[in-house]
Design a protein around this ligand. Sequence first.
Ligand code: NAD
Length: 359
Amino acid sequence: MTTHAISLIPGDGTGPEISATVQKVLEATGVKIAWDVVEAGADVVEKYGTPLPDNVLVSIRKNRVALKGPLTTPIGTGFRSVNVALRKELDLYACLRPCKSYLGVRSRYSNIDLVVVRENTEDLYAGVEYAPDSKEANEIIGWSKGKIVPHAAISIKPISRAGSERIMTYAFDYAVKNKRRKVTAVTKANIMKFTDGLFFDTAREVAKRYAGKVEYEERLIDNMCMQLVQKPELYDVIALPNLYGDILSDLCAGLIGGLGIAPGANIGQGISLFEPVHGSAPKYKGMNKVNPTAMLLSSVLMLEHIGEKTAASKLESAIAAVMAEGKNVTYDLKPRPDDPTAVGTREMGDAIIQKMRSL
Ligand code: NAD
């Protein structure tokens, strides 16, 4: 049996307790994993002088696969976000966020099965920003010939053909591989004719290569938000530039019942990092309280990625069954958050292990 070398960043806040549970559950799948545990985040700044020590990147570059707990973004260290820095350093250009309804998870909707593919490196997240009255901002205000008022702060939105091409190719390849029927590209190209216009132009070109295999359509982001709330069943794989993708992923997480169960993957050229969508929920740190499901479902994506498809499907079925029963679940999956029958992170993990054994 193959042993998979995988980097693990336990994260901070509630990250370490969720990660410990996830390691235990993954061990019970029978898949052999040699964990390379590396630390990052706000809680290690004192120890390493940075929230993103070099050995983290070295480990992920070596192992090519990483699982990550949530990381708190410390304020005032020069890092906008460790998560954004990791995605940029490793060029993890595609952010994959499947949003699927599970029985037992309270939501206004049922039967949601959407996949958000978000571009991860360009757009307003590129970090090209100028403070009010800076030399650069004043220069740009000068070029704008009155379109930008004096003293404005400025953020630049770069979108390239190469960046759009690789994210759309990823979305279509994902659709083919996972037998999905349609890809919807989403922007605001009626207003941002050059940047979002280029994204759509490129998307159309990529779509031609998949004609007859996967349908293609376009929507504007404002309309898409309304459509997803009114008739989410019309959509399948949704591909977007960075900022729209960020916002729409949370909207889609809301459709399936919230952050506690929303998994994610960041994919680059031969390197992949799997992580829950939620943050480090620091107010619950050390309380054995939060839901491990989002990181467990991220691990399901990871197991599929490393070719352990049987284990992935068994784990997903066990998670689904435990949530459907609604007994051994954390507070967020109970009818009321103060429900005294809610179990902790560890106990929910143990229930999932028990369930895997009985499947
Ligand atoms: P958060 O996702 O940490 O928490 C918001 C609320 O959602 C929590 O208070 C809790 O009520 C609920 N929640 C989150 N995860 C849950 C879980 N697993 N089970 C049950 N309930 C859960 O968002 P925040 O408070 O805005 O951010 C806290 C920190 O996390 C910040 O520093 C932020 O930058 C960081 N963050 C990190 C990531 C990441 O690592 N990818 C993502 C988002 C936010």
